[in-house]
Design a protein around this ligand. Sequence first.
Ligand code: PRP
Ligand code: URA
Ligand code: MG
Length: 211
Amino acid sequence: MRIHVADHPLITHKLTVLRDKTTPSPTFRQLVEELVTLLSYEATREVRVEPIDIETPVAPTTGVQISSPRPLAVPIIRAGLGMLDGFVKLVPSTQVGFIGIQRNEDTLQPETYAKRLPEDLSNRQCFVLDPMLATGGSLAATVDYLFEHGAQDVTAICLVAAPEGIEAMRKAVGDREFTLVVGAVDAGLNERGYITPGLGDAGDRLYGTAE
Ligand SMILES: O=P(O)(O)OC[C@H]1O[C@H](OP(=O)(O)OP(=O)(O)O)[C@H](O)[C@@H]1O
Ligand SMILES: O=c1cc[nH]c(=O)[nH]1
Ligand SMILES: [Mg+2]
């Protein structure tokens, strides 16, 4: 597993506003979109491209285009949906598959309630979107599913991660091709499995369900 922790003042600034409990949902949504765009730049560093011949108004030249099969973005519903628009703006040719997982707040185990993904993921580069990596259960279940269906490599983009979740992912993926791109690594998890200091329940804050 490879890990990239963003070290950029603009990302840290935006994360600080996101963490602030007085930040209202509309601003929270906007910031999530901006942050995913910044993190996607790093996450797509190794997106597969192939040469293409074109003509500029001045001369023929060779550029690149995103290769087939196209990358697949997989937001983990609900909170991951808040990251989808930002990713698609950066990679408009991406395909999108959906997975719905809710963490059981008593056992902290992931419970999958929806899946709408291409059946065959052979040769696919997949980009999983979820703002929070806490115990790692939800992300590990998603990444396992993608590899089991043939994904070639998987990159997860998370805004905030706990060291416990990063360690769990290391164990879960073993030597498979997995990259984690995160905006920040926080101190740890509290007794309810929430990232601390974190930003609270990302889904609730995105969709206003805790207000
Ligand atoms: O690393 P874990 O311990 O599995 O926790 C992280 C998961 O928890 C949150 O989703 P949640 O279960 O709150 O669902 P929601 O997005 O519908 O609110 C978050 O978006 C992750 O999917
Ligand atoms: O801190 C956390 C942990 C899990 N899910 C969240 O939304 N936030
Ligand atoms: Mg939630």
